[in-house]
Design a binder for this molecule. Structure first.
Ligand SMILES: NC(=O)C1=CN([C@@H]2O[C@H](COP(=O)(O)OP(=O)(O)OC[C@H]3O[C@@H](n4cnc5c(N)ncnc54)[C@H](OP(=O)(O)O)[C@@H]3O)[C@@H](O)[C@H]2O)C=CC1
Ligand SMILES: O=C(O)CCC(=O)C(=O)O
Length: 478
């Protein structure tokens, strides 16, 4: 049985107890056992990161480049193998699993380059003979708390900038997906990073999370996950005066206008709403469609859904893998019932499916005849469930798209430059997509949302420096 262990101060440990890592495509398949760290071990990980901080902060850009580049190279070389492990433990299909691994490798390569490109400013002082320089320094120990839906890419896009800018790390991955985090930690352990600069602690977030968010030696916390957990982390960080960065939910709109190319609109909506089993914070869960194209759009979406193959994530023929676990499946099915109860019509899917292997399979659900005020259009489902809202015209579509507590990603399908330009300016979201799915982003540009979706500086791209560095202003009179 494979053991997914903790990694603290350069040593591997079994944890205080273990939990099984179950394949959601086949619940008889136990992938391994995962270490659950005790609170004392979580504290030891913080102490190790604190002890390693001065050494790694003093590393040269070349040393940081070499470490991150090596990590990226090994991830890319092992793309298929790691992708398979990821698909086996999370349930996304093989192409998505290896695609995510590739993204993780590219992120490490990108931040290897950023380590070399760190900049500062030199300014003339307002006082004669004085110069001012503004430089970026590491924050110190950062705690990274990550969800199950991107088991390697999200850890990568937090760890890589943290290390590139000279910080040391304690990673707490989601308990549902310990294998990918363990594989990443093994790769990092061979990269030449000093012992203690990267630490991995497994276990339940509600148990060891508070150790990380309240420990005085943790200077910053970066979190991706649910809104209630994120808000709790923000409160703990405020209490302890830590920097905090939160990426949380979405209820992302995809607007389809009468003038849209129907093929593009259907392809983008299908991908955005249902790929990765809809388990993306950027998923297009609200399809806002103008009345001239509405019926044709719904008919084409329904046809396309009928053809989607739902099944074992490890079967190359599968297009939609299982839901991640029983609890998430129950939530997804509940929302289909809620939508039905609110007057929505289930145009396709929405039921649990039986397959040869016991797993958490669900037929992707398309719900029509919904209105903006319904719960199905206001609350994040986080599964293969999308609803259609019929609107009169572009102005109403924009108003409905923005009438939401979240603001992560917002899409529009149109052939009109006028509407596309207006939407890019007025969509209340951190990311706007024209004729593209709301989900599936580049790795080298900022990622994050507005309103209730995100809090704190952006992740990814060079904007990540805002969170992972602190600015020092130095005045010199020769
Ligand atoms: N925005 C996004 O990308 C995601 C959103 N979600 C949303 O959240 C819902 C529930 O999913 P769930 O996995 O429970 O999400 P959570 O927000 O609970 O989990 C995200 C991470 O936070 C950890 N965590 C949980 N409680 C605490 C705490 N008190 N302090 C510190 N860390 C903590 C979790 O640990 P552990 O799980 O190991 O206990 C996990 O590593 C989903 O249905 C979906 O709506 C979920 C995943 C990603
Ligand atoms: O859509 C993407 O590419 C990223 C989505 C994401 O980060 C998430 O769901 O947590």
């Amino acid at each position: 049985m494979t053991e997914f262990r903790n990694f603290i101060a350069g040593s591997w440990s079994e944890g205080a107890s273990q939990s099984p890592n179950i394949n959601p495509s086949d619940t008889r398949d136990v992938i391994g056992t995962a270490a659950r760290a005790s609170r004392a071990e979580a504290e030891a990980a913080v102490e190790a990161a604190h002890a390693a901080a001065p050494l790694w902060a003093a590393s040269t850009p070349q040393q940081r480049f070499d470490v991150l580049d090596r990590i990226g190279t090994e991830i890319l070389e092992r793309r298929e193998e790691l992708g398979r492990l990821l698909s086996r433990e999370e349930g996304k299909i093989l192409a998505e699993g290896s695609g995510e691994v590739m993204r993780a490798g590219q992120i490490f390569k990108f931040f290897a380059g950023e380590a070399l490109r760190q900049t500062g400013d030199v300014l003339a002082s307002v006082r004669p003979g004085v110069t001012v320089d503004v430089r970026r320094e590491p924050v110190g120990v950062v705690a990274l708390i990550t969800p199950w839906n991107f088991p390697i890419a999200i850890p990568a896009w937090k760890i890589a900038p943290a290390l590139a800018y000279g910080n040391t790390v304690v990673l707490k991955p989601a308990e549902l997906v310990p294998g990918s985090a363990h594989a990443l930690a093994e790769i990092i352990s061979r990269s030449g990073l000093p012992a203690g600069a990267f630490n991995l602690v497994g276990g339940k977030g509600s148990d060891i999370g508070p150790v990380l968010t309240s420990h005085p030696k943790v200077k910053a916390v970066s979190f991706t996950g649910s809104v209630p957990t994120g808000r709790g982390i923000a409160r703990a960080c405020a209490e302890n005066l830590k920097k905090v960065q939160l990426e949380m939910g979405g209820k992302n709109p995809m607007v389809v206008l009468d003038d849209a190319d129907l093929d593009i609109a259907v392809a983008a909506s299908l991908n955005g709403a249902f790929f990765s089993t809809g388990q993306r914070c950027t998923a297009s869960s609200r399809l806002i469609v103008t009345e001239g194209i509405h019926d044709r759009f719904v008919a084409r979406m329904t046809e396309a859904l009928k053809k989607l193959v739902v099944g074992d994530a490890l079967d190359p023929a599968t297009q939609i893998g299982p839901v991640v676990d029983e609890r998430q499946l129950a939530q997804d099915l509940d929302y289909v019932d809620i939508a039905r109860g609110e007057g929505g019509k289930v145009a396709f899917g929405g039921e649990r499916l039986n397959r040869e292997k016991p797993g958490f399979y669900m037929a992707p659900a398309l719900i029509t005849e919904t209105t903006p005020g319904m719960r199905i259009n206001r609350e994040e489902v986080f599964g293969p469930v999308a609803s259609v809202i019929r609107v009169k015209d572009y102005d109403e579509a924009l108003a409905v798209a923005n009438d939401c507590e979240f603001g992560l990603s917002s899409g529009i399908c149109t052939t009109s430059l006028k509407y596309a330009s207006d939407f890019k300016a007025k969509a209340q979201a951190g990311m706007v997509m024209v004729n593209l799915p709301t989900a599936g982003v580049d790795y080298h540009v900022p990622f994050g949302g507005t309103k209730g979706s995100s809090f704190g500086p952006r992740e990814q791209g060079r904007y990540a420096a805002e969170f992972y560095t602190t600015v020092k202003t130095a005045y010199t009179q020769p």
